[in-house]
Design a protein around this ligand. Sequence first.
Ligand code: BT5
Length: 250
Amino acid sequence: MDNPIFIGKVLHDFDQLSSTNEYATELLSKSNPAEGTVISTYNQQAGRGQIGSSWESAPNRNISLSVILYPNFLQPTQQFELNKAISLAVRSFLAKNLSAEVFIKWPNDIYVQDKKIAGILIQNSITSNNIKSSVVGIGINVNQKFFETAPNATSLSAQTNNFFDLNTLRLELFAALEYYYLKLKSGSFSNLNTIYLERLLNYNNEALYEDVQGERFLGTIVGVDDLGKILIVINGEKRSFNIKEIQLIQ
Ligand code: BT5
């Protein structure tokens, strides 16, 4: 992967910030930032997850950043294609720094064994024709070894016992993001889908799931539909689930 050309070229670095996604969204609402503009802090105090959840990060130990993109080559129904490209970029960047296997846990959590090492929060602004802009929020656990609110978290340091330079890692992350984003932009949807499935935790493996009614069942992930719903075969029948409608038990 070459040095990034546009991702991170404009970098707004903050000593502290409540949420990089929140700041990037505000910036987009009142200006026209260049594509690839990054809002970054090593001290994020009120990081956000999906649908009201929060993201924990101890000061000066981790990467928390948001990238502003304009994927207007994607239709509103193709939003999940961006999720695939970004998940693959974060996964491949982490895999280069770890000897253990790194998986994507649908839809876009990054896992090492059964622990979460990175989270992604993509917030799109859409028109009837396309995605107008995206705030791609990424949290990577780097040098933090103990987590107060996230018992299932791990980090690069917890996995390797090494200490990582955040600025160096951040550049590697930009390069990986740019590589996969350009792949997406060139229209390689089916190729990205194939690699996404190859890296998807429990793809083609039977596992135990629980639905929102608390019912547990064995199922096998066989794919992801165009809208990003997970496709699981349960007792010979293919069913689709939206985010938060199902969770992996083991
Ligand atoms: C995510 O949400 O995983 C998306 C996290 C995105 C964070 C980035 S940081 C930069 C940018 N600015 C923001 O404000 N946010 C983004 P979700 O799938 O909803 O997972 C959240 C859940 O993960 C929480 O409810 C906890 O259970 C767990 N969690 C919280 N902090 C964690 C951490 N550091 N490592 C692993 N798991 C964590």
